[in-house]
Design a protein. Structure first.
Length: 341
């Protein structure tokens, strides 16, 4: 695959677990592009100092060479990346810098375990409730996904990984580390807002699907009626298994539950882990979603079965007429994470 040359002032952010793979990729990119190599802070508040170091040559009247900035993967990587993007577009950078790429370094075997459910047959792998979402978000905020350790997975799993990455982020460039000449940068003059290319955002916004995308990779579900919490809990526990509906990689959106009157919950799943988070929005308030707005992304999805299964979880006409006093007594075992600070 052809490698684009980084332009002066281009900044590439490399995100991955803090181990040898991150250092190796960042180092290789710096050598290939004769770029400076720096480390990113893990807190947005420290980004201005990094920006100052990046733009210092311009202040001194010198050429601004490209730069590779390594950021160890952490929960705050999105905030750090967006803060850096804003800083490079601001007056402090004097128009001499731009974020040209975000390279996500992902190990093939853990990615297959967490998102695809491919567990090694000779060992028990504990599911990390935190990791699947972090891996999915890494893909959704990248312009390039670089897979490492592909020799540890079968050819079939490798094909599924490529399909999974393309499903979560259709415009991302996906390459294997060490496979000839990978494409560690796209050559973009400037990236769009980080995360805007994520498939779930585009689907909920009604964007036209990318050419050639298989129709069984996305399901959008909207309905103004609230969910019955017990029926939805049963569906989540037993009704969305791969052998029934295909492999659901990711789902995002907003839901309302009859048992939680007026509340709007953010729904997010990655791999086999679902999170429901209270939002500050309230049903009936201008700008708040009405009822259910969900998108499910995956491989080989049974679109009709997923839609009918979700519809069966909505309140029936009789249950709607029973009213909120009855709804509040419904058994509700679904997770209820507090509002993020």
């Amino acid at each position: 695959m052809h490698m684009q040359r980084m332009r002066d002032g281009a900044v590439t952010l490399v995100i991955g677990p803090a181990h040898d793979h991150l250092d190796a990729v960042a180092g290789a990119l710096a050598r290939r592009h004769r770029a400076r190599r720096l480390s990113a802070p893990d807190a947005p508040g420290a980004v201005p100092e990094l920006t100052g170091r990046l733009v210092a040559p311009a202040w001194e009247g010198r050429r601004v060479p490209p730069a590779i900035v390594a950021l160890p993967l952490c929960e705050r990587f999105v905030a750090v990346g967006r803060t850096l993007q804003d800083a490079l577009a601001g007056p402090a950078a004097a128009g001499r810098l731009h974020l040209s790429d975000v390279v996500a370094v992902l190990e093939a075997a853990p990615l297959a375990e967490q998102l695809l459910g491919h567990r090694p047959s000779d060992e028990l792998v504990a599911q990390d409730d935190y990791l699947p979402s972090l891996l999915a978000r890494q893909i959704e905020h990248a312009s390039v996904v670089l897979l490492v350790g592909c020799e540890r997975v079968s050819a079939a799993v490798h094909r599924d990984l490529i399909a999974a990455v393309e499903t979560l982020h259709p415009s991302v460039v996906c390459a294997d580390a060490g496979a000839g000449e990978p494409a560690p940068c796209t050559g973009a003059a400037e990236l769009g807002r980080l995360g805007d290319g994520a498939a779930w955002r585009r689907e909920l916004a009604g964007a036209v699907p990318p050419p050639g995308r298989a129709p069984e990779r996305a399901v959008v579900f909207r309905d103004p009626r609230p969910f019955h919490p017990s029926r939805l809990a049963e569906l989540v526990a037993h009704g969305l298994e791969p052998e029934r509906v295909g492999r659901v990689l990711r789902s995002k959106g907003f839901v309302s539950l009859a048992s939680r009157r007026g509340a709007v919950h953010g729904w997010s799943s990655a791999g086999d882990v679902l999170t429901l988070t209270r939002t500050p929005l309230r049903q009936g308030v201008r700008g708040a979603p009405i009822g259910q707005e969900l998108v499910l992304l995956g491989l080989g999805l049974d679109v009709d079965r997923i839609r009918s299964s979700l519809a069966a979880c909505l309140l029936t006409d009789g249950e709607l007429l029973a009213g909120p006093a009855v709804w509040s007594a419904y058994e509700d075992t679904l997770p209820d994470a507090p509002m993020a600070s």
